[in-house]
Design a protein around this ligand. Structure first.
Ligand SMILES: N[C@@H](CCC(=O)N[C@@H](CS)C(=O)NCC(=O)O)C(=O)O
Length: 200
């Protein structure tokens, strides 16, 4: 399988975590690309009209996007249980939607700050994007006890969200406001799939 890859993308990180959790890493060939929201990458658009990473080409030539679809494909391929069972699946998927939505908001905020010309930047809009991450973390802090003992796709997504905050928004200092998530993260981030994918 070929994965269009970028080291700084939290969505790519989630796919790499899933591949490692499922023992599929050695089946994935990484094609590193530089995506840009304005100078869009034509070679990637040729296979994925959104021109985004992650994009996966399967061994039988299917093109899969976005990260959630890729993760679910890998999970099925490896007969994994990262998406839960009949009872837990819908809750896990809803949690994942909140986490992916927060990550999209943070990536958009990052583009606003780092790509948009300074005179056009809208800081109230950036704050509103950051607030999506904040209200999502409030939600998970409120159910932190129920995270113990789980290792499904939502929790890999949560590790990606917290890792992306550390990577791009260190000043947000999430540990100060979310002590329960801090304690959870300290343990969960010992997993090789988390340790081996820390963005640099
Ligand atoms: N919903 C997508 C989001 C992917 C995404 O936003 N990727 C960013 C990098 S982190 C990207 O490719 N940006 C370039 C662009 O949007 O044009 C997913 O879950 O895979």
């Amino acid at each position: 399988m070929k994965l269009y890859y970028s080291t700084s993308s939290p969505f790519v990180r989630k796919v790499m975590m899933v591949a490692e959790e499922l023992g599929l890493l050695d089946q994935i060939e990484k094609e590193t690309v530089q995506v840009h929201p304005v100078n869009r990458l034509q070679t990637l658009i040729a296979v994925n009209p959104l021109g985004q990473v992650p994009t996966l080409i399967t061994d039988d030539g299917q093109v899969l996007f976005d990260s959630r679809v890729i993760c679910e494909y890998l999970n099925e391929k490896a007969n994994g249980s990262l998406f839960g069972n009949q009872d837990s699946r819908w809750g896990i998927l809803s949690e994942l939607t909140a986490l992916d939505g927060s990550l999209s908001a943070l990536v958009a905020a990052r583009y606003e700050i780092s790509v948009r010309p300074v005179e056009l930047q809208w800081l109230a809009w950036v704050d509103a994007q950051m607030d999506k991450a904040r209200t999502t973390l409030d939600y998970f802090e409120g159910k932190a006890e129920s995270l113990e003992g789980r290792a499904d796709i939502a929790l890999l997504g949560l590790a990606c969200l917290l890792g992306y905050l550390d990577f791009r928004f260190a000043h947000f200092d999430w540990r100060k406001s979310y002590p329960k998530l801090d304690a959870w993260h300290a343990k969960f981030s010992q997993r090789p799939s988390v340790l081996n994918t820390v963005p640099v």
